[in-house]
Design a protein around this ligand. Structure first.
Ligand SMILES: *Cc1c(COP(=O)(O)O)cnc(C)c1O
Length: 368
């Protein structure tokens, strides 16, 4: 691509001062082993394609019309899935968009927003976009989150759980503690990876997701996405669950920005995905099994691997030279994520791929 000469003379100071999020690259190569952006290695449910084909086929004439502004059918199936009322569910164009509405609705206040210092790198970007002061709270030495470290005045707290890029899980008791101690602030739990969490034996699935707490705490808002566990990163669908008043704020924010964030294809495809429970359960279990195998393979090569509850592992080669490992892998067409940041620069974040991709990765690593 030729170098563009950009003239910012006509830009607002807001536009000039942005420092946008840089997504993991999407290189186009044959036989690339792409383990850098936590996409799901399995295709979405076949029901998704069927539903979208129907919208494009026998219902194509309806594309003249605007879609349902609040995606009622999709919200209804999500409400049923989680035992909630439809008014406790919000959906948007990817959870990144939902998070933008969250920042504007709840964190634009006098007090700062609190977030872990090592977490999803979109949070500092949104804070800057909206002019919100962000105070980053250091993770413990073992990368865990200490809820006591958050005991300070704030507009809100945002935590990815499982955290990214560590994959570690915060307990519901710790989330309860945060919500109880900050009853005048919104506690946002970004559960992009929660469907991959390992559940202790004897506990039900509801006991790792903070969705089970929203009837108990009116200040807990949970965001989730179709991008990871439902293999639909390309469809762009995200959601939030919370008290009706929190959801109403998000809806007003959405309607002040874009009334139709989800098109008809996305609404139909996402709804079909939720209804195919069997496929979902099957593929997420496969990803968890592949995670276990990859962790064992890395351990056998002397990598330290944090106990992951996500569809990636965070792993440190014995000599800590993660950047060199990433470069050598890249030369062989295997892309993993390396963060050139203090404390995490000795680690690689590796997405769980297919069994074949994981074998290729381990083979390349064992030859180093
Ligand atoms: C992937 C991810 C998101 C964004 O998901 P989209 O729905 O694709 O926008 C949000 N938060 C975390 C922590 C993520 O890893």
């Amino acid at each position: 691509m030729s170098e563009l000469k950009i003239d910012t003379r006509l830009w607002s100071s807001k536009a000039r001062n942005l420092s946008p999020y840089v997504p993991g690259e999407q290189p186009q190569h044959d036989n690339l082993c792409k383990l850098n952006t936590n996409e799901n290695p399995f295709p979405p449910s076949p029901k998704v394609g069927e539903a979208i084909a129907k919208v494009l086929g026998q219902q194509a004439d309806d594309l003249r019309l605007y879609p349902a502004p609040d995606s009622d059918d999709l919200r209804e199936v999500l409400a049923q899935l989680h035992g909630l009322d439809i008014n406790q569910v919000f959906v948007g164009n990817g959870s990144d968009e939902v998070l933008a509405f969250v920042f504007a609705s709840f964190f634009l206040k006098e007090r700062p927003l609190l977030a872990p210092d090592i977490s999803y790198s979109f949070y500092p970007v949104y804070a800057q976009t909206f002019g919100i002061e962000l105070v980053q709270i250091a993770l413990e030495d073992d990368f865990s989150i200490d809820p006591d470290a958050y005991r300070q005045p704030c507009s809100g707290i945002i935590i990815a759980n499982p955290n990214a890029p560590t994959g570690l899980l915060l307990s519901l008791d710790d989330i309860r503690k945060l919500a109880g101690e900050h009853s005048n602030s919104v506690i946002v739990i970004d559960e992009a990876y929660i469907d991959f969490a390992e559940i202790d034996e004897g506990n039900s699935a509801a006991s790792v997701s903070a969705v089970s707490l929203i009837n108990e705490f009116d200040n807990i808002l949970v965001t989730q996405t179709f991008s990871k566990s439902r293999s639909l990163a390309g469809l762009r669908v995200g959601m939030a669950f919370g008290n009706v008043s929190l959801i109403e704020a998000l809806t007003r924010m959405k309607n002040s920005f874009n009334s139709y964030p989800l098109d008809k294809l996305a609404q139909a495809g996402a709804t079909a995905s939720v209804l195919d429970v069997e496929y979902f359960e099957q593929t997420r279990q496969q990803v968890k099994d592949l995670r276990k195998a990859l962790t064992e393979g890395l351990n056998a090569l002397d990598y330290k691997v944090l106990p992951s509850h996500a569809n990636f592992v965070f792993a440190r080669p014995k000599d800590g030279n993660a950047s060199a490992v990433a470069s050598v892998l890249r030369e062989q067409g295997i892309i993993v994520r390396h963060f050139d940041k203090p404390r995490v620069n000795e680690y690689l974040r590796i997405t769980i791929g297919t069994a074949e991709q994981n074998r290729r990765l381990l083979k390349a690593l064992s030859a180093l």
